[in-house]
Ligand binder design. Sequence first.
Ligand code: FE2
Ligand code: FE2
Length: 188
Amino acid sequence: MDIIRGQIEKIEKFVEARLDSLTWQHTRGIRPIAKKLAGLERADKSIVDVAVLFHDLGKVKGDDGHAARSAEATRRYLEKENFSRRFIEEIVYCVSVHDLPWQNQANLLTTPEAKVLFDADMIQQLSKFGVIRHIMYFQRDIANNFAAGLIKARDALFKAYNLIITENGRQLAEPGYKFVKDFFKDLL
Ligand SMILES: [Fe+2]
Ligand SMILES: [Fe+2]
C-alpha cells in the first residue's frame, strides 16, 4: 500500500517529539536498512517504514514491555488518522512482535514485514552507534568490572547478530558484525 509523503512526515514529527535523542537516532538509522531489506525480501515498504518509525515508541516508559506499549500507541495514532483496517493491523502486528526473538519466539514472526523490521533493528546496532548504545546500557557493569562489563555489551551485540532471521539480513549484517568483533577484540 502506498502512503503519501505528508502522512510519513507527520508520523516522523509525532515520533521524534516523543523519543529521546538516542532512540530517535536508532529509529532513523534503521529506515534505510529496512528499506533495502524490504526490497530483497519482497516486503511492503510502506508497512515496514511506518512500523520502523513506531516500533520503539513505548521505550519512553522504560524497556520492559515496550513492544506492547509501542503497539498500543501505534494503533491509537493510525486509527485516529483513519488509515485502512488492513494497514493498521499489519503495522501493529510488526510492532507488537518485534521483541519476541529475544524471548526465543522468532517463530511467531510470520509476515515478511515483521521479519524485516526485526532484522533491520538488529543490523542497525551492529555499528558504531550500537557499540555506544550498548556501552551506555551496560555502564554500571563496566564501571564495576571493565572487562566483564564489556563482555556483556559485546555478547548482547553478538546475540543481536545471531538472532537475525533472514538470509538477506544476515548478509547485510556481515560488515557491522565484523566491525563489532574487531572493536572488542582490540579492547579485551
Ligand atoms: Fe524495540
Ligand atoms: Fe529498536
